[in-house]
Design a protein around this ligand. Sequence first.
Ligand SMILES: NC(=O)c1ccc[n+]([C@@H]2O[C@H](COP(=O)([O-])OP(=O)(O)OC[C@H]3O[C@@H](n4cnc5c(N)ncnc54)[C@H](OP(=O)(O)O)[C@@H]3O)[C@@H](O)[C@H]2O)c1
Length: 259
Amino acid sequence: MSNDPTRAFRLDGRVALITGASSGIGAELARAFAAAGAKVALVARRADRLEALVSELRAQGASALPLSLDVRDTAALPAVFDRIAAELGVADVLVNNAGVAKVGSFLRASEAERDDSFAVNFDAAWDLSAEASRRMIAAARPGCIINIASVLALGAAPGYAAYATSKAALVQLTRCLALELQRHSIRVNGLAPGWFVTEMNDDWLTSPEGQDYLRRTPARRAGRLEELVGPALLLASEAGSFVNGVTLAVDGAHHAALA
Ligand SMILES: NC(=O)c1ccc[n+]([C@@H]2O[C@H](COP(=O)([O-])OP(=O)(O)OC[C@H]3O[C@@H](n4cnc5c(N)ncnc54)[C@H](OP(=O)(O)O)[C@@H]3O)[C@@H](O)[C@H]2O)c1
């Protein structure tokens, strides 16, 4: 039916570059975006993981490209974007999802830990956004950027100074870029996930202490990865055409308790 409003959530004809696609949230979004019709370019360091996911997606009829890259390697970005353009088309959806979380006391944290949090969680998102948006503009292609922030960008918790500040900077970058890129028809939004069990945190979240912590959150449970799919599709698709500059918490109201 042509007036089916759910069609606006489809991503047919779009080329989505998703960083951190070798596991967790990135892999979940890669599967979802491919199922919604996008061609997907998958970036992370673990090439074997990317190859396995690409094989899975191709077997389902999707167009998918694995790209082994450390997102801190700014000099490699032009060649990566050239390859995506040659094999899939100009990337017009960018999901800055690659991230690292170092947990520990501020007083004991090293400069290197702080710098690496910012290098992956913030600087790489900046550099990828610049490369992606310049190419969208050159191709006169509307598009969007989605930055994966965190509930810890919206409210603080002890032990996460480097992580939380790098993610808070990403939220502010989201607002700045939304204002600057709107005239080029590029929307920039973010998602702020609460706790989701992934390789980043499964040791702790599945421990008795972690389970006890989750029971004390407003939703009393971790999120399920599929609960990020609807919000991500909203931001990536025409369904979200007037949504710009927001960071949407997907956390069972955890941000309301932390803030
Ligand atoms: N899980 C949660 O509760 C939660 C909550 C809030 C926000 N987040 C955010 O969600 C995003 C995804 O995390 P996740 O939970 O799905 O954890 P995850 O399974 O550990 O995924 C992290 C991803 O980032 C990639 N990555 C890390 N450093 C990289 C680098 N230097 N270059 C390229 N890729 C790199 C990893 O790939 P390789 O190791 O293969 O490079 C991996 O694919 C992160 O930004 C995280 O901060 C997660």
